[in-house]
Design a protein around this ligand. Structure first.
Ligand SMILES: [Zn+2]
Length: 267
């Protein structure tokens, strides 16, 4: 009996595949598993339709050999499965220097920490709710601005020479007031003014996908609004932790941030 189950499990594992075969850290992937109904990658549930689902590889997915593994648990008809995925390191500049206002230099005091915590909770809730909506888009994703890219996804950063972090979005140039457009059809999940992100808009697109737009001078939509692909949703600004006016465009699959340009490659 045990060997029967094992054999079935082996056959099912062979049916699981993903594109790209060796994804980079912080990237969007398409998982194929014919017949699969449920599953998860990096702790986020998958939404299978016709045997295919989107998923994301975390930016910090790595191990000592720089080839990380991720678990796909597939609860098939016979038995659950775990497939292991090789992950390639993301190549990005490691020491970008960002100059921001002096209030971003010292470590946050307790009042500020409480604010940052509350904002993280709001963003985490929005990320979780991204799984509750069906796919809302039909057309390809588009860049929210066509201007020059000034900082890529995944770069390592120093802010005012001290605080280091990875850049989990794409910075796009623009003067204050320039238009920011929704990357695709969706429903506005959250609008607010955040310590790091400044005036920010979060848009749910369904099937776990959310796009984020930071540092706006103005938001032109409210939570609950349905937005169309290319709709004007805000204006470029310099709010939050910034060097100057630009758009920070981010994308998440649930709580996992990935390179938003991967959305542009979806069929
Ligand atoms: Zn940015």
């Amino acid at each position: 009996m045990t060997s029967l189950v094992f054999l079935a499990a082996s056959l099912l594992l062979q049916d699981i595949s993903w594109r790209p075969a060796t994804p980079h850290q912080g990237s969007l992937i398409v998982v194929s598993a014919p017949g699969a109904l449920t599953g998860e990658v990096a702790g986020e549930p998958l939404h299978f339709k016709d045997g295919k689902a989107l998923a994301a590889v975390p930016l910090d997915a790595t191990d000592s050999t720089s080839v990380a593994t991720l678990a796909i648990r597939w609860d098939g008809a016979v038995v659950g499965n775990t497939a292991y995925m090789p992950v390639a390191p993301r190549k990005a500049p490691v020491n970008e220097q960002v100059r921001a206002a002096e209030r971003f230099t010292p470590p946050p005091d307790s009042a500020l920490l409480a604010r940052i915590d509350a904002e993280r909770t709001l963003m985490r809730d929005a990320a979780r709710r991204a799984h509750e909506l069906p796919r809302l888009w039909k057309l390809p994703f588009m860049r929210p601005r066509t201007a020059r890219i000034t900082s890529v996804f995944g770069s390592g950063r120093q802010v005012n020479g001290v605080w280091r972090s990875r850049h989990v979005g794409l910075d796009i140039a623009g003067p204050k007031g320039a238009p920011v457009r929704a990357a695709n059809r969706g429903i506005v999940a959250l609008v607010g003014e955040f310590f790091y992100g400044g005036i920010s808009v979060f848009v749910h697109h369904g099937d776990g996908i959310m796009t984020v737009y930071y540092h706006l001078s103005r938001a032109l939509v409210a939570a609950g609004d349905t937005v169309e692909r290319g709709q004007l949703i805000g204006r470029v600004g310099a709010t939050g932790r910034v060097t100057g006016p630009h758009l920070h465009w981010g994308a998440q699959y649930g709580s996992v941030a990935f390179n938003p340009t991967d959305l542009l490659k979806l069929p």
